[in-house]
Design a protein around this ligand. Structure first.
Ligand code: ZN
Length: 164
């Protein structure tokens, strides 16, 4: 049925074309997550995992982590799952997860921007092979108790309010 096939092909093209033109046509404010990840790449001057990172928001903290974790990463590596001892160039299937209790909504991410930005930079650090660092002010500190570790880039690049 040639006609049917043509309709299917048209539908597919539309599906692909619509989201792209929707993005190009409007001047939407970048989402806090998108902004934070581009700041993180800029901070480190590198993009982990060949640029293939899945960012998952509103996640429940896995049982094996501290229950009050706000962000965490998962990846496969040459030494197995989530092993920072393996060369970062071998990391695949990378994800960064953000906890739902700290950031349940996009609005909460905008409001709590400084911590979101620090956390994103921290998680990018892990995906680039960095372990935790107890040095005061390090963005690789295991826990952030205040904003002394906040890189300047986070303060100078706050997310804009969405335009309505
Ligand atoms: Zn960490």
């Amino acid at each position: 049925m040639p006609l049917f096939r043509l309709l299917v092909a048209t539908a597919l093209v539309l599906l692909i074309a619509l989201p792209t033109s929707a993005l190009a046509g409007t001047r939407r404010a970048k989402s806090p997550v998108t902004l934070a990840s581009s700041i993180a790449a800029r901070y480190w001057g590198a993009m982990p995992c060949q640029g293939k990172i899945k960012i998952l928001t509103r996640r429940r903290v896995p049982v094996q982590l501290e229950h009050d974790s706000d962000g965490w990463v998962t990846f496969d590596s040459s030494l197995g799952a989530n092993d920072l001892a393996s060369p970062a160039g071998t990391y695949r299937r990378c994800t960064i997860a953000l906890g739902r209790s700290r950031w349940p909504t996009t609005a909460s991410m905008r409001q709590d921007w400084d911590m979101l930005c620090m956390t994103m930079i921290h998680e990018f650090g892990h995906l680039l092979g960095r372990s935790h660092d107890a040095t005061t002010g390090s963005v690789m500190a295991a826990v952030f108790t205040d904003y002394t570790s906040e890189p300047r880039l986070c303060r100078t690049h706050r997310p804009k309010r969405p335009r309505r």
